[in-house]
Design a binder for this molecule. Structure first.
Ligand code: FAD
Length: 316
């Protein structure tokens, strides 16, 4: 079976969960080959990639690859596509992943599918388009299929692969060096899971009422082991940091469970969360549009409902 290249997402030498999902998906369609871009691959990381089915691990360990914004990773993948003729390339549908996918498509004269939430035989993708308003099936008809898959679309399952390592050197064009990274500012990593990777997200909106009241949302999130999200109304009001905004101009999440508290369900918010598997809405207005989307709805004051929910979860 042909190789399917999977671009590894990693932070501080650790492989992110989305990569394990992509390897699982790749295994169902061909032979997964992980691509590690940048220095710092550890024995643990290699073992993890092999554990989830990577038959090959291409390692491009040059410091240069991570010294510039995005473009070097697209060049690395383009060079691998030319050298290995893979059946497809999978990347995570994160902000960076989608940019890499687009650049790679141009470089390899191939078609690209972004925001895939499923991928089946013949690389036919279930794709969420128009800001999540419509789901379609898409297929690349030209070149090498390049597919950006949303985190949490596939449940990661371990199944050992050979994990054979091959070093790759990449020659970067001047264009790839156009935007240099001059400083990295580490975001504080709290105890909560990363928003785009979390299996459960609890989000608060204008209905939360104040920054202090977000402790109610955080309380439920911590009981469920969830990430905290917020609507733009809440982030614009300064109640919660912008990095947690969910929606068209914020992050896209596809968790197993999304709890929206005090959020009306504007189209721009939906764009970031409507591919969640199960949606629970808590809103005091029974006419709130979020209820059209929700699998379960609670009509009530979140300041009463959410603490009760937290208490019940804590009992289990
Ligand atoms: P509201 O629409 O004001 O809704 C608040 C809800 O809380 C109401 O339904 C109300 O009934 C309920 N409520 C009030 N008090 C309580 C209570 N005590 N208990 C329970 N329920 C209560 N929005 C985003 O979220 N993300 C985006 O990325 C985004 N991008 C945008 C991009 C553009 C170009 C534009 C124009 C807008 C964007 N917006 C985005 C804004 C979006 O249109 C909405 O204004 C925003 O989502 C509203 O946030 P909200 O639901 O928290 O507030």
């Amino acid at each position: 079976m042909s190789e399917i290249l999977v671009l590894v997402e990693h932070v501080d030498g650790e492989v992110k969960k989305v990569t394990l999902e992509l390897l699982t998906l790749a295994r169902s369609l061909g032979t997964p080959a992980a691509v590690w871009a940048g220095p710092g691959i550890t024995g643990d990381a290699k073992a993890r990639l092999a554990e989830y089915g990577a038959e090959k691990i291409y390692v491009a360990g040059s410091e240069e690859i991570v010294g510039y914004v995005v473009a070097p990773k697209a060049e690395l993948l383009a060079q691998l596509v030319a050298a290995k003729s893979p059946a497809a390339v999978l990347v995570a549908a994160t902000a960076e992943g989608k940019e890499i996918a687009g650049r790679l498509a141009v470089k390899t004269d191939s078609g690209v599918i972004t925001d895939a939430v499923g991928l089946g035989e013949g690389f036919v993708a279930d794709q969420s388009i128009f800001g999540g308003g419509v789901n379609v099936q898409s297929k690349v008809r030209k070149g090498t299929p390049i597919v950006a898959v949303r985190p949490n679309s596939t449940a990661p399952e371990a199944a050992a692969g050979a994990g054979a390592e091959e070093e790759v050197s990449v020659s970067l064009s001047d264009g790839a060096k156009a935007a240099k990274i001059v400083e990295r500012v580490k975001q504080e990593k709290g105890a909560r899971p990363e928003l785009t990777e979390a299996a459960i997200v609890v989000s608060g909106g204008r209905g939360v009422g104040s920054a202090e009241n977000f402790s109610v949302i955080e309380g439920l999130a911590d009981s469920l082991g969830a990430a905290v999200g917020a609507s733009r109304a809440a982030t614009d009001a300064g109640w919660y940091p912008h990095q947690f905004q969910v929606g068209q101009t914020g992050k896209t999440v596809s968790p197993q469970l999304y709890i929206a508290a005090g959020i009306s369900g504007a189209i721009q918010h939906r764009a970031g969360m409507q591919t969640a598997k199960t949606i629970v809405a808590i809103n005091k207005d029974p006419e709130a549009p979020i209820f059209e989307l929700a699998d379960y709805g609670v009509v009530g004051d979140l300041h009463q409902v959410v603490p009760q929910l937290t208490e019940e979860v804590d009992k289990r």
